[in-house]
Design a protein around this ligand. Structure first.
Ligand SMILES: NC(=O)c1ccc[n+]([C@@H]2O[C@H](COP(=O)([O-])OP(=O)(O)OC[C@H]3O[C@@H](n4cnc5c(N)ncnc54)[C@H](O)[C@@H]3O)[C@@H](O)[C@H]2O)c1
Length: 324
């Protein structure tokens, strides 16, 4: 871009780029390899909090090997659905790595949805049994969709059990995701039915500072993998104490969240995703292990994906050029 212009990409523009999930998983794999090798810059995210259980976070990161630098300004508001508004929304700015000048501003809703699903699948690559074939999805929102899509890129999924507190949301999910991914998806009435028989479990309900977790000890079967996209809101302390391995995506951010009141009953993770990808820590060792990923969501994920969205948007002539 000329240094006096930015490319603005609306939510529709970003969606229309159509970056596929497989590519996003590969981009995250590269970015976490860089993280594991200590070659990225990513300060912990500061935030402001205008409503209970809501956040607006500033998420900067620089990945030299991917020439990616920028920041995401993202909000999460659990009560938004009552107004027909998305839980997650925000903007992302990309900066030129040599001059620092911003060259793109884009809606970050789509990237957040897809990179989070991709991060679950990447963790599952190291922590789940490769022959995993049943999936439990608890919360059929945006994350319930992208997490299933990402898992279906890496695993031969035969059956999915889907649960949401809102029956119409669950029904729509069963119908639409079944068609989109060509999978056998069964809606279930109780959370336990989505957990007990599943090899891969994703929980993606609201993140609460004072949760009343539903999933108890022994619900997750030996050999299964869980991705807690909603932190410790769904899994009880007793269930997490039973895990043989818990990973996160960043130790420092995990400790930060712990210091402000989350994860009070969660054992400290033994590895982060960068350490797993770079081979510094082992993944699953035995078929019988119960494993869990608690990915908090990193600026790194967004900066791995956003430059690719920008490049493809430019190639396809998408977006609006604006003067700086
Ligand atoms: N860790 C990360 O990197 C990351 C990234 C993005 C979003 N998130 C989190 O993921 C969660 C979901 O985000 P989203 O964009 O999918 O929101 P969404 O509003 O699209 O979906 C949330 C769904 O949860 C359902 N729900 C509420 N309580 C439930 C319960 N107890 N059991 C089952 N379903 C329940 C709602 O009916 C809704 O369908 C949020 O907590 C968000 O903060 C985490």
């Amino acid at each position: 871009m000329p240094a006096n212009e930015i490319l603005y990409l609306s939510r529709a523009d970003v969606e229309n780029v159509g970056l596929n999930m497989r590519t996003i998983i590969d981009l995250l794999q590269q970015a976490f390899m860089e993280k594991g090798s200590g070659r990225i810059e990513m300060p912990p995210k500061p935030g402001i909090h205008t409503m209970p259980d809501a956040f607006i976070h500033a998420m900067p990161a620089y990945i030299p090997a991917m020439k990616a630098a920028g920041i995401k300004w993202v909000s999460g508001y659990p009560e938004n659905f009552k107004r027909g508004l998305p839980y997650i929304s925000g903007l992302l700015i990309l900066n030129d790595v040599e001059t620092g000048i911003p060259y793109a501003v884009m809606d970050c809703t789509w990237i957040t949805a897809y990179r989070t699903g991709a991060a679950s699948a990447l963790a599952a690559k190291y922590l789940a049994r490769p022959e995993s074939e049943t999936v439990g999805i608890l919360a059929c929102g945006v994350q319930g969709r992208t997490n299933l899509e990402a898992l279906s890129c890496l695993f031969k999924i035969k059956r999915v059990f889907a649960y949401d507190t809102l029956p119409d949301v669950q029904e729509k999910y069963v119908r639409e995701m079944g068609e989109q991914l060509g999978l056998d998806i069964v809606g279930v009435k109780e959370p336990a039915q989505a957990v007990r028989e599943s090899d891969l479990v994703v929980t993606s309900g609201p993140i609460l500072k004072h949760p009343a977790p539903t999933i108890d000890r022994d619900w997750l079967k030996p050999g299964a993998f869980a991705s807690a996209v909603d932190f410790d809101s769904y899994f009880s302390g007793a269930a997490m104490a039973q895990m043989d391995r818990i990973s996160t995506d960043d130790h420092a951010q995990f400790q930060y969240y712990k210091s402000v009141g989350y994860f009070q009953n969660t054992p400290d993770p033994y590895a982060d995703l960068g350490e797993l990808v770079a081979g510094l820590k082992p993944g699953r060792q035995l078929p019988s292990e119960r494993t869990m990923a608690i990915n908090l969501g990193l600026a790194l994920d967004d900066m791995a994906v956003a430059p690719a969205v920008y490049r493809f948007a430019k190639e396809q002539g998408l977006g609006t050029r604006l003067p700086l």
